[in-house]
Ligand binder design. Structure first.
Ligand code: FAD
Length: 438
């Protein structure tokens, strides 16, 4: 039997549930369709939820209400070589005050909570339901079919929030049928149980404070980086690799992750942790140049499906962009209902809202970051340079001291080459052939 709604959202991740919540609160009859047995069942990520101002607007007590682990007060970056490391950390008082700057979370808990908030606002959540086709009637998009179920779910407008591979956006002709591996990354993560007091003592934390650290130079020459985040009583540790580079290397993500966890500097941090699980997932890392068509007749695309992920090398922002784009997609659908116009033109308000928001502004600002991250020197030579320079500074062995800038140039010449240093500094990301194929 078919059922009719005013809007259908495909995927109950952060983008989909934020869209459904926004529309349901505005009084629309919304179906939120999720293939898992509950929202978040199979969803994984590194672990840091950056602030969500659009949800804080809806829930001023967001930080007390949502299922969060620790709030991040300390952020660090570690440059590593085989036998040394150089670390910088910022610990900010502002990060330690509500509404806080970011939190660690677990997706099964967070995604489920957000979807339930959409349900409380009036949305209908349909789980164990994989959308497989778009339905057209009289030349217009009219709804979707669900794998293995009779009948159709009908609505004049659909939001594709089905994640990085978004078969729905591809079926609607808004994304290319194939992916460019140079624009994709794969992340692997291990969850290690560790007593709460041990985490507090080891990382210098009190109350619900948390620590997030990124690592460069830990991927055995594959383009990528590492992360370690503290939850209440566990650690999330993992690596993210550029897909094309990983493929060329012939190495496997789990071997690289195990080697990372065995590096002496890292082994000390996770010692005493008990391995609970491994997981892996794709990440759209192409940035602004990867954004597909965002609107078609009767359809909008949000979150990872729209490549809204900002990977700058120091931060990976995905959930905040997904959630915010979901809210904006929801607002555009409310507007389209007001005007009774679900054409591409009628839904294009979404693009305007996005252009005005931090989602597109940030992706535009960091447009060159994905190109820059295709520079192999970042993963080998620069960590070597940082570590050897710092080692020179702190080594006291009776030899006369050298002028610091001369010392830096000497290390740079040895480790990177002065020509490369100048080229990378003057025009980061300019030297790498990067084809836009969306
Ligand atoms: C290793 C790793 C580390 C990361 N670290 C961070 C981090 O620290 N901070 C951060 O902000 N971001 C991080 N990200 C990125 C972040 O996870 C994503 O940007 C975010 O999850 C995107 O949300 P979304 O709702 O668009 O998609 P998703 O979270 O992928 O949700 C899509 C939903 O759609 C459902 N679905 C898919 N197809 C269908 C279908 N046909 N029918 C019905 N349902 C369907 C899925 O089951 C899923 O629930 C990381 C990602 C990875 C892989």
């Amino acid at each position: 039997m078919s059922k009719t709604y005013q809007a259908i959202v495909i995927g109950a991740g952060p983008a989909g549930s934020s869209a459904a919540l926004t529309m349901a609160r505005a009084g629309l009859d919304v179906a939120l369709v999720e293939r898992g047995s509950f929202p978040g069942e199979k969803n994984m990520f590194g672990g840091v939820l950056h602030r969500l101002p659009s949800l804080e607007e809806i829930f001023p007590d967001f930080w007390q209400r949502a299922p969060l682990e620790r709030h991040i007060v300390k952020k660090g970056v570690t440059f590593m070589t085989a036998d040394s490391s150089f670390n910088t950390t910022i610990e900010a008082g502002n990060f330690d005050r509500p509404p806080f700057n970011g939190y660690t979370i677990f997706r099964p808990r967070f995604d489920r909570w957000l979807a339930q908030e959409a349900v409380k606002a009036g949305a209908t959540l349909i789980t164990r339901a994989t959308v497989d086709e778009l339905v057209h009637k009289n030349g217009k998009l009219a709804g979707v079919t669900v794998q293995g179920r009779d009948g159709e779910l009908l609505a004049p407008v659909v939001i594709a929030a089905d994640g990085v591979l978004s078969f729905i956006a591809r079926k609607a002709g808004l994304r290319q049928p194939t992916f460019n591996p140079a624009q994709m990354a794969v992340g692997v993560k291990a969850l290690l149980d560790m007593p709460r007091e041990m985490i507090d003592d080891r990382f210098g934390l009190v109350r619900e404070q948390g620590f997030a650290n990124e690592f460069v130079g830990c991927t055995d020459g594959v383009r990528g980086g590492g992360f370690l985040y503290t939850n209440y009583d566990s650690l999330s540790i993992g690596l993210v690799f550029h897909l094309a580079s990983l493929r060329t290397s012939g190495k496997t993500p789990y071997d690289l992750l195990n080697a990372f966890m065995e590096q002496p500097q890292v082994a000390k941090m996770i010692c005493g942790g008990k391995l609970q699980e491994y997981s892996a997932h794709l990440i759209p890392e192409g940035g602004y140049d990867m954004i597909p068509e965002l609107v078609g007749d009767g359809i909008l695309v949000a979150g990872d499906a729209a490549a809204f992920c900002n990977a700058t090398g120091l931060n990976l922002e995905g959930i905040n962009l997904a959630s915010h784009s979901g809210v904006l997609a929801g607002k555009a659908v409310v507007e389209a209902h007001r005007n009774r116009d679900f054409s591409k033109q009628g839904l294009s308000h979404y693009k305007k809202l996005l252009e005005e928001s931090y989602v597109i502004k940030d992706l535009k600002l960091y447009r060159k970051a994905p190109h820059m991250l295709h520079n192999d020197r970042i993963y080998n030579e620069y960590p070597e340079l940082m570590c050897s320079f710092m080692e020179y500074i702190y080594r006291i062995d009776g030899a006369p001291k050298e002028n610091l800038s001369r010392l830096f140039l000497k290390s740079a010449r040895e480790k990177v080459g002065l020509g490369n240093l100048m080229a990378d500094g003057l025009a980061p990301g300019e030297h790498y052939e990067y084809r836009r194929n969306f």
